[in-house]
Design a protein around this ligand. Structure first.
Ligand code: PXL
Length: 280
């Protein structure tokens, strides 16, 4: 089983490839990487970071890979620094995804209702196009709103199923994270998702107050790890969501700054045990 993770390298801050590579590899499959950019830190909560766009290097890298005949069972794309990189990912899918392979798009664009630095509405429109080429997409609620032209500020918990249904017009198997629902027993954080048969479902974990950077990357990477090991969607969503929540809980206990990312390292063993129990 061979996975390709297309994402940036943010050297500090534990997101994108510094999260995807360890989690997907530990899941027991080969994880090759295509770095889209190298940043000294990620862009959320840091200033003065360096940002080297690697777009110019990528065609020659892909040309060499073609000579090797590389083909992937799963391709996951994450942070893309420009519209031309979105086009590049579409071409990589055409050239490097095996027949019957899985294209997974994490439409990394924003959080808490706002787009990250460097992104605008034009990028959102292009990202909708990339999502249309995917089998699975893993937006957070903010990204799901941008992809479905929904005003984030006016979203209530009653709207989540409709947002999921709208995303299905883009891609058959969306999974939306960070959907908070408050009930008598407190607030829960739901993933609203669609299984292999097209059924809309949800899975709840405990809501831990605060904004935690890199949570989407941990979730997407664990989901890919599970799917790569042949785990069914229901179990994959459950295992990835619990791993992410456990990592957030530990980070909150540690009291580290949110911008330095999640302590998912401490939860890796539990994640792998759950994965091993569910893997075919
Ligand atoms: O975690 C998402 C992400 C990935 N890559 C870069 C980012 C962010 C979020 O801020 O800045 C460079």
């Amino acid at each position: 089983m061979r996975v390709l993770a297309i994402n940036d390298i943010s050297c500090v801050g534990k997101c994108s490839l510094t999260v995807a590579l360890p989690i997907i590899s530990a899941s027991g499959v080969t994880c090759d990487i295509l770095p889209t950019a190298i940043l000294s830190t990620h862009t959320g909560g840091f200033s003065g970071y360096t940002f080297r766009d690697l777009s110019e290097d990528i065609p020659a890298m892909l040309a060499q890979w073609k000579t090797l005949g590389l083909q992937y069972d799963i391709i996951i794309s994450g942070y893309l620094g420009s519209i031309s990189q979105i086009e590049m990912v579409k071409a990589i899918k055409r050239d490097f995804l095996k027949e019957g392979g899985l294209m997974i798009v994490d439409p990394v664009m924003g959080d808490n209702g706002v787009l990250y630095s460097h992104f605008d509405q034009k990028f959102v429109e292009e990202m909708k196009g990339l999502c249309r080429t995917a089998d699975v997409i893993v937006p957070n609620l903010t990204e799901a709103c941008f992809l479905t032209d929904t005003a984030f500020a006016s979203v209530t918990e009653k709207d989540y199923p409709a947002i999921l249904a709208k995303l299905k017009a883009l891609c058959p198997r969306p999974s939306v994270t960070g959907c908070d629902v408050t009930g008598a027993d407190g607030t829960k954080s739901y993933v609203f998702y669609t299984d292999e048969k097209g059924n809309g479902k949800s899975y709840a974990t405990q809501k831990i107050e605060g904004a935690f950077h890199g949570a989407g990357d941990v979730y997407a990477s664990a989901l890919v790890g599970c799917l790569a090991r042949g785990v069914d969607t229901d179990s994959a969503v459950r295992i990835a969501a619990e791993f992410t929540t456990d990592s957030i809980r530990q980070t909150a206990l540690d009291g580290t700054e949110a911008r330095y990312g999640l302590n998912s390292e401490s939860q890796m063993y539990a994640y792998l045990k759950a994965l091993d129990g569910a893997a075919k």
